[in-house]
Write a protein that binds this ligand. Structure first.
Ligand code: PLP
Length: 399
C-alpha cells in the first residue's frame, strides 16, 4: 500500500498557525457546494471559504478560463505597465456592474491591499490625513487596515499603528458630526459582516453620503464580503441607492483565485500616477490568471443573481421554524443566525461538521452562526443543508 505523508502533523510542524485550534479538515477536492476530505467524506460548504466561492468550487468555466490563460501567459510585468487583455476585459466588465462614476479599477492581490490602496488614494486626493472607520468593522490584517479596527484586543500587541484614525457608530446621528473638513475618508462596510451581518437603514446611509459630500471627505465602501452578488444585487450599495467615491472588492472577485481591487472615478485615481509617480505599485496585483478567472466568475454570477434573494428567503424560512433561534439577519445569501451563546454556537458548528455541513462563527459576534453559501447552491441543496443545520441546533440545545 502506498504510504501517504501525515499532512496533518506536517501542517502543524511547518505551517505558521493563526490560532491554537485550527479546523484541520484535510480537503482533497471540491466541486460546486461540496468539499471532500481525504477520507472521502462530503461536506456542504455553507460559508464559501469565508465569502470567496460565490460561484461554488472549481466551476468548470473558471477552470477552463484559467487553463486557457495559462497556455497564453502567466506574469509578464508588474501592474500598470503592459496592456494585459485579461485585466482590461475584466476591468471593463466590472465597471459595467457599477454606477458610472466608479469607472477606474486598480487591481490588488487581496482585500487588505485594496484597503491600503484606498486609504493612500484618499490621502493623496484630499491632502488630508484623518480616516474615520465604523466601530466593529473588519477591513484586514495589515497595519493600515488593522488601524481601522476599533477592538483593542486585536491591535494592542501591534502598536504603534496609524495615527489620526477615529471611529463612528453606524446609525448614530451625532457621530456624523465627527466627519469634518479634516477628514480624508470615511470607510464602512455597507453591511458589517464580522459583527454578525448588521444591516443599517437607508436613511442614515443617505445622511452619511451627504455629510461626506459637504465636508469633502471621500466615502469608501468596503464591499469585500458584500460584493459580487452576495446580497442579491451586484453590490450592497444598490440597496442604499448610494454611490461611494471608492469601492473595495476582493474575496469572491477572483472566482477562487487571489484578487482584490479598489475602484474610483478616473479623476481621483489619476492622482496616484504623479507627484510622486508610482504612488501605489504592486508586482502581482491583477494577475492574468486571477483576472481571467474573475471574468468567468462574473458571467456565472450574472446568471445566478436573479435567484439569490429567493434562495436566501428559502433558507431563512427553513431555519425560521426552529424555536431555538433567537434572530436571523439576512440580505440575499449573507446570513447570521443567532443561537444565544458562544457555547451553543460551538456545539452547533461541531454537530453540523460531523453531519457534513460547514458553518462558522464571526470575528466580533460570539453567538451567531455564519452562513454564506455559494450563490449557485440549488434549492434541494438548501433543503438538505437546512435539515442538517436544524438537527445540529436542536442537538446543541438538548445535549
Ligand atoms: N474587508 C472585509 C470586509 C473583509 O471581510 C476582509 C477579510 O475578511 C478584508 C477586508 C481583508 O481581506 P483579505 O483577507 O483578502 O486581506
Amino acid at each position: 500500500m502506498k504510504h501517504l505523508p501525515n499532512y496533518r502533523a506536517l501542517f502543524l510542524q511547518h505551517l505558521a498557525q493563526t490560532s491554537p485550534a485550527p479546523l484541520l479538515l484535510e480537503i482533497e477536492r471540491a466541486e460546486g457546494v461540496y468539499l471532500y476530505d481525504t477520507q472521502g467524506k462530503r461536506y456542504i460548504d455553507l460559508i464559501s471559504g469565508i465569502a470567496v466561492s460565490n460561484v461554488g468550487h472549481s466551476h468548470p468555466a473558471i477552470v477552463q478560463a484559467i487553463c486557457e490563460q495559462a497556455r497564453k501567459h502567466l506574469h509578464t510585468m508588474v501592474y500598470g505597465e503592459y496592456v494585459q487583455a485579461p485585466q482590461v476585459a475584466f476591468a471593463q466588465a466590472l465597471v459595467n456592474t457599477l454606477p458610472p462614476s466608479l469607472n477606474t479599477v486598480y487591481f490588488t492581490n487581496s482585500g487588505a491591499e485594496a484597503v491600503e490602496g484606498a486609504m493612500k488614494l484618499a490621502k493623496r486626493y484630499t491632502g488630508r490625513f484623518e480616516i474615520i472607520a465604523a466601530r466593529n468593522a473588519y477591513h484586514g490584517s495589515t497595519q493600515g487596515a488593522l488601524s481601522l479596527q476599533s477592538q483593542e484586543t486585536y491591535k494592542r500587541a501591534f502598536r504603534p499603528l496609524l495615527p489620526f484614525v477615529n471611529y463612528i457608530n453606524i446609525e448614530s446621528q451625532s457621530d456624523l458630526e465627527k466627519i469634518t473638513s479634516q477628514t480624508a475618508a470615511v470607510i464602512i462596510e455597507p453591511i458589517r459582516a464580522e459583527c454578525g451581518v448588521q444591516i443599517p437603514g437607508q436613511e442614515w446611509m443617505k445622511q452619511l453620503r451627504k455629510r461626506c459630500t459637504e465636508t469633502g471627505a471621500l466615502l469608501i465602501f468596503d464591499e469585500i464580503q458584500t460584493g459580487m452578488g452576495r446580497t442579491g444585487t451586484w453590490w450592497a450599495l444598490e440597496h442604499y441607492h448610494t454611490t461611494p467615491d471608492i469601492l473595495l472588492s476582493a474575496k469572491s472577485l477572483g472566482g477562487g483565485l487571489p484578487l482584490g481591487a479598489f475602484i474610483a472615478p478616473q479623476e481621483i485615481m489619476r492622482t496616484l500616477s504623479h507627484d510622486p509617480i508610482l504612488g501605489h505599485i504592486t508586482t502581482f496585483g491583477g494577475h492574468p490568471l486571477s483576472c481571467a478567472a474573475g471574468l468567468a466568475a462574473l458571467h456565472i454570477i450574472k446568471d445566478a443573481l436573479p435567484e439569490v434573494e429567493q434562495k436566501g428567503q428559502l433558507l431563512e424560512k427553513l431555519l425560521g421554524h426552529n424555536p431555538h433561534i433567537k434572530e436571523i439577519r439576512r440580505k440575499g445569501l449573507m446570513m447570521a443566525v443567532d443561537v444565544g451563546s458562544w457555547e451553543i454556537l460551538q456545539e452547533v458548528i461541531r454537530h453540523a461538521l460531523h453531519n457534513g455541513v460547514i458553518v462558522d462563527w464571526f470575528l466580533f459576534n460570539n453567538h451567531s452562526i455564519r452562513i454564506a453559501p455559494p450563490l449557485t447552491i440549488t434549492e434541494a441543496e438548501i433543503e438538505m443543508a437546512a435539515q442538517i443545520l436544524n438537527e445540529s441546533i436542536n442537538r446543541a440545545f438538548n445535549d
